[in-house]
Structure formats: structure tokens, C-alpha cells
Design a protein around this ligand. Structure first.
Ligand code: S3P
Length: 427
């Protein structure tokens, strides 16, 4: 396990190329696998999580090849998957396991899918219940992976999800592609809508608005090419670093700015961060923009309610930003953080306390009083990629060295993170 020593930085300057959006990359691979022809994907993320989706699809008989600048998925239709002789391994990726389960529930064979130690602890009842209502049979121990999914002829359902989760919503929509009739899902608050937008691009009969989606099945997706924008969740670390370090300017072209993902921009702007946007374009229904972040003096903010699903992956780095804001920041309604790759409420609070931040854990979030000078410390990533990266950025601001333990997990979403960080340092 690789530990990293992070030395304080004076500033960060330069232009960077971000990896392809992880959420969109998973969906591009999965939808094109069941489309009716070849699909070329450009800008696909090279993250470990996405590689795991690709490996699972290949184990189900999907042919995926490489062309100069793209990946070609040779879709052979919605019923083209074959029983895999082995257990599918989603690794650390909840998206892989939950989205693929929706498709596996409709196959005429049985599949076992599992993941690493962290994924085996995460809640799966949220997908097991609706998939069983649709007619699948799923065996598990206490609703945790491994899941043994016996596929079936599915029926459409009307489902009110108790959680705002794009993984749950997408799982049900993918199963709904195979079910006869209209499968509807509502959620308590709007989660990211990449699946809906991409299903539209593959010409599915889908309707959706904030907090609800309905799909008509069975439907054979029509092959199309997909270009994946840069990942705003990866940009988040540099958006914050650029604001917090003096005399900094970081330029990030082609970042995905789907409004269901831009909570990080709204939160930072509400904190007075000078973020500039330009060069807006839309491709495959997904908007993209060039983002430029510069040093600023941050104000505190209050984050709760409907913004939470829009910043769910960015809360660790926003908590670091809040330690430098002039006053008290509260983050509430974020109980979902407890069932991510680590319990991100506890792992953020524990680690920030080690750095001498003024932070308090509450049931569904945290309260941070700033500004406090951070002190270098020994940080545990708990094997969680976003904790490793958020605290590597915190280390740049701290007095003295910060040791971030177990940083291999960064590969999960952002291979090349440390090289990019190095390229921006000029001290
Ligand atoms: C994701 C949805 C979110 C997010 C995860 C990726 C997706 O999870 O935290 O990193 O690609 O659908 P939930 O849907 O469980 O909130």
C-alpha cells in the first residue's frame, strides 16, 4: 500500500486534462453492450471502477476492442449476453454492481456478482427489493454482496425509492428496458440523470423530470457513438485547491456540467469562490464547459436538502474548503455519506480533527468553524479514493508535512491525480 508525503505548496498554476466522467463512462459501456450495433466511445475514463465494468461485460460475452482514440463496444442486442462461468467482480464500484444487476435481473441465466471488502459492506437491499418486485430472484446474506441473481421475465413496476440514488434509479430503468409496460421510479430528491439522458441518446422511450423517470419496455437500444466529458467530481479537488492557495490559477477545459452534478460549483460560488465558466457546448445531451479557478477569500455556507445529491461525492473536499472559510459551515441531510466507499462523515471528521480543524460530527453531516490553519498530520484514507485525494489537497495548505496513508485507492476514480498535482506546482 502506497503512502504519500504531501509538502505544503505556495501556489498551483496551469492547464489540466481531467479523466472522463466516471458515471457517464460506466453508462456508455453498459448501454452500448446491449445496443444493436457497434458504438464508439471517446474520452472514456481509465479509472479502476470503469475497468471493472468493462471486465464484467466481457465476462458476459460482450466484445470490446480498441481503435486509435476510442473504445469500440460491439453491441449485439439486448439478449446477446451469455452466462459467465465465473463470479463477476465489481471491485470497489457500487455503480458497476448496482447498474449491472438491473440487466442481470432480466437474463435467462443466473449470475453471481460481488466486489471488494468495502463493496461487500454496502447496502444492496435498495436494489434487491425493486428487482424482486419486478420478478427477479436474488439471494444474498443480509442484503449484501455477493448477490446471486436469477434472471426472469420482468414486469413493469411503479416504484417510490426511499433514497435519492442514481444507482438505484439506473438499476430499475435498465431492468425496465426489458419489462413489458412502463416502469416508473420516483425519488425523494433529484439524483444525477446521466442514465436517462443516455437512454434518450440510444433512442429509448423514456420520460423524466426532477425526481421521476418512466421507461417503456421491452425496447432494443439503437447503437450510437458517445463522447464522455471530463469528470466534474475529479475537477472538484482542483477547483477547491485553486481557491484556497494564494496566487493560483487552474484551467480545466471540457468539464461535464450536467446540472444534476454541478452542486460543487453552486456551493463554491455561494462561498464567494471566483470560478469562471466559458465555452459551453452540449454533446450526447451532456453539457460541458471550461472552468477556471483562482485564489479567493471564502465565506461559510449551509448545505442541506436538494443540493446534497448534487454534491454527494464532493462533500469531503468541500469540508476542506469550509475549514478555510470565514465562519461556520453546516452540512446536513447527508446521511448517505455513511454508506459510501467509507463512512465519509466519520472519515472526514476524524482526519480533519487530526489536522486541527474545528469540526463536529452530527448524525447526517458535520459543522465546520473556520478559518483554522491546518497542521500536517498522518491521515488514513481508509481505502477511500475521495478521502485520499481530499486530504492530499488539505496537505498542500497545511503547515508541515502530511502523510496520506494507503493512496493506491486513488486509481479507483482518478489515475494520474498525483502527476497532475505535481505538474501544477512550481515551488
Ligand atoms: C453514482 C451515483 C452516486 C455517487 C457515485 C456514482 C452513479 O451514488 O455517489 O459515486 O454513477 O450513479 P448513489 O446513487 O448511491 O447516491
Amino acid at each position: 500500500m502506497k503512502d504519500r508525503v504531501i509538502k505544503p505548496a505556495t501556489n498551483l498554476r496551469g492547464e489540466i486534462k481531467l479523466p472522463g466522467d466516471k458515471s457517464i463512462s460506466h453508462r456508455a459501456l453498459i448501454l452500448s453492450s446491449i445496443a444493436d450495433g457497434d458504438c464508439r466511445i471517446t474520452g472514456l475514463s481509465n479509472a479502476e471502477d470503469v475497468k471493472n465494468t468493462k471486465k464484467c461485460l466481457q465476462a458476459l460475452g460482450v466484445s470490446i476492442t480498441k481503435e486509435k482514440k476510442s473504445i469500440v463496444v460491439h453491441g449485439r442486442g439486448m439478449d446477446s449476453m451469455k452466462e459467465s462461468g465465473k463470479i463477476l467482480d465489481a471491485g470497489n464500484s457500487g455503480t458497476t454492481l448496482r447498474l449491472l444487476s438491473g440487466i442481470l435481473a432480466a437474463q435467462n441465466f443466473t449470475t453471481t456478482i460481488t466486489g471488494d471488502e468495502s463493496l461487500q459492506k454496502r447496502p444492496m437491499r435498495r436494489i434487491i427489493e425493486p428487482l424482486e418486485l419486478m420478478g427477479a430472484q436474488i439471494e444474498s446474506q443480509a442484503f449484501k454482496a455477493p448477490l446471486k441473481i436469477r434472471g426472469n421475465l420482468l414486469k413493469a413496476i411503479d416504484y417510490a425509492s426511499p433514497v435519492a440514488s442514481a444507482q438505484v434509479k439506473s438499476c430499475i430503468l435498465l431492468a425496465g428496458l426489458y419489462a413489458k409496460g412502463i416502469t416508473r421510479i420516483t425519488e425523494p430528491s433529484e439524483s444525477r440523470n446521466h442514465t436517462e439522458l443516455m437512454l434518450k441518446e440510444f433512442q429509448a422511450s423514456i420520460q423524466f423530470s426532477a425526481g421521476m423517470a418512466g421507461i417503456k419496455g421491452p425496447f432494443q437500444l439503437k447503437a450510437t457513438d458517445i463522447d464522455v466529458p471530463g469528470d466534474i467530481s475529479a475537477a472538484a479537488f482542483f477547483l477547491v485547491a485553486g481557491c484556497l492557495l494564494k496566487d493560483s490559477e487552474i484551467i480545466m477545459p471540457n468539464v461535464g456540467v450536467n446540472p444534476t452534478r454541478t452542486g460543487i460549483l453552486d456551493a463554491l460560488v455561494s462561498m464567494n469562490a471566483p470560478i469562471q465558466k466559458s465555452e459551453y457546448i452540449v454533446l450526447n445531451n451532456e453539457p460541458r464547459e471550461k472552468l477556471v479557478t483562482r485564489s479567493g477569500i471564502l465565506m461559510p455556507t449551509h448545505l442541506s436538502g436538494s443540493i446534497i445529491p448534487r454534491i454527494i461525492d464532493e462533500i469531503p473536499i468541500l469540508a476542506i474548503a469550509a475549514t478555510q472559510a470565514n465562519g461556520s459551515t453546516t452540512i446536513k441531510d447527508a446521511g448517505e455519506l455513511r454508506v459510501k466507499e467509507s463512512d465519509r462523515i466519520t472519515t472526514v471528521v476524524e482526519n480533519l480533527k487530526k489536522m486541527k480543524a474545528n469540526i463536529r460530527e452530527i448524525k447526517d453531516g458535520m459543522i465546520i468553524d473556520g478559518p483554522t490553519p491546518l497542521k500536517g498530520a498522518e491521515i488514513d484514507s481508509y481505502g477511500d479514493h475521495r478521502i485520499a485525494m481530499a486530504f492530499s489537497i488539505a496537505g498542500l495548505l497545511a503547515e508541515g508535512e502530511t502523510l496520506v496513508k494507503n493512496t493506491d485507492c486513488v486509481e479507483t476514480s482518478f489515475p494520474g491525480f498525483y502527476d497532475i498535482l505535481e505538474s501544477l506546482r512550481h515551488d
